[in-house]
Design a protein around this ligand. Sequence first.
Ligand code: AGP
Length: 608
Amino acid sequence: MCGIIGFIGKDDIANKIIFDGLKRLEYRGYDSVGIAVISGGNRLIVKKDAGKIGEVHSKLNFLEPKSNIAIGHVRWATHGAPTMENAHPHVDCSGDIAVVHNGVIENFLELKRELEDKGHRFRSRTDTEVIPHLIEDEIKAGRSLYEAVLHTVRRLKGSYAIAVISTFEPDKIICARNESPLIIGFSDNAFYCASDIPAILPYTRVFSSMDNGEIAILTVNGVEFKSISNGESISKKTFSVDWSIELAEKQGYPHFMLKEIHEQPLSLRNALRLQEQYLDLLARFIDRGERVFLVACGTSYHACLAASYMFSKIAKVAAFPVIASEFLEQYGEAIGIDDVMLAVSQSGETYDVLKAVDHARMKAATILGLTNTVGSTLTRVSRAYIVQQSGPEIGVAATKTFTAQLLVLAQLAMKVANLRGKLSQQESDFLRDNLRKMPDVIGEVLNSCEEKIKKLAKIYAKKNLFLFLGRGINVATALEGRLKLLEITYIPSLAFSAAESKHGPISIIESGIPVIFIAPRDSTRKDVIGNIMEMKARGAETIILCEEGDKELIELANHHIPMPKGIPEILTPIPYIIPLQLLAYYISVERGLDPDKPRNLAKSVTVP
Ligand code: AGP
């Protein structure tokens, strides 16, 4: 959950590249930051401290001394508090080897003890610091830098993406990967490594993703890939990315989250431009599956939950939504060769999702993937996958990737329904027309409700409890709305099926507690009205998302958010989540918080 980056090139511009790249990686971790360069007279210079890039740079100046080779790191602490000592890069006893690392070394304690017994002195409490000391030993044993790193990573258990530089061989960067993501970038005069594409996008559009068990040697002349297990050379395919730099930057919005909320009409249009043959391929696999498991974490899980209603309602397929971290416990023994797992992950790197996928693969189930990240691990472990084309999502809180996931999953459910002849031509046309209208519908919702939401945020920003209630497919919308508020405002919030409130949660209601109802005109409306009255009777302040002009519901609302009319039930989560994304954003801003970098969170959760 950290971010690493490296640069080697013909010109002394490494500091600038690394500094700017770290700023674009900061959403992966902002506990501490550091850079290592090899500069004049073959000296290794490490600058690092706890805190955000701006603060640390103003103290240490990352732009000096200039160099043509450097590595950098932003940290999300897993082992050791966010201190200067625990910040990366970590060095060996002599200070001639520097390492940046993203991941967790599970056997670091035994390695540390072994190294301390040999007289190595450790400066930090991190797992990572064992790596430079192990490399130091290998070099003392007469190995080259590449061989030293190779022998070192063979001893590591756990996940790692590392970049290593050393004064012993100041003309190369050695990278290695196991589980944590690592991208290599190619350009005429320079080569890059980074945890993700946006970090190095301004400098190149040609990339290659390292696979598990690979090591790479970057010099000013090129990149060599080898296998960690047998040391043999590997030829790697490259791929190009057509994302614009702007797409990876703020375009005048105060925060990435607000920019990405407003990008949803575009990301939804892209989600409607997917290659039919991939949708058809995934639909055929789902159609043939004996059982279908929809597996994901966080926001992506909420998309899976909504999809389970879509598959059931239009394709008559029972698709089981499962929280990835619980998959092994819940269905690990049950899944088998005739089953299908559709894993959904915007980053394509979430540890719990990849673990569930690994287990299902072991059981010979068919793995399908839906992700937003080209070249991610999920794309390489899936039998077939779809990349949803939402563009880079920098804000830690997922917004545009959620609505695009819903739109792709709805298209998949329609494909399966047509394969099984479950939809009449008229029904199919009705759904297809509404799918196509979705980007414009979202544009309207953004324009019509933002000012109202800003006012509501001012009214409710000081509240210390919120409830989100929905029924049917909008239980998923309620859960997602709650997650958005919780993760960027830190306000304790509850969400569940409105019907469940009578079985306990309603006891928490007292006068003035804001209760948000997602209440489109669908098959659950009559029951939702009953639930609203139960809450109002106990003094709740009701904020109701309902169709414009829906008098009955508007009368029951302390505040109502008018939503477009006639949205097909299975598509309602897409427009109805928008006001909740905006509410979370504006309450976060009202509370003086940074919506892009919520505390204790990071964009891609790549550790257990
Ligand atoms: C959502 O806002 C959070 N960032 C988080 O819950 C996220 O959805 C979860 O970690 C899954 O990420 P993924 O889609 O990249 O797998």
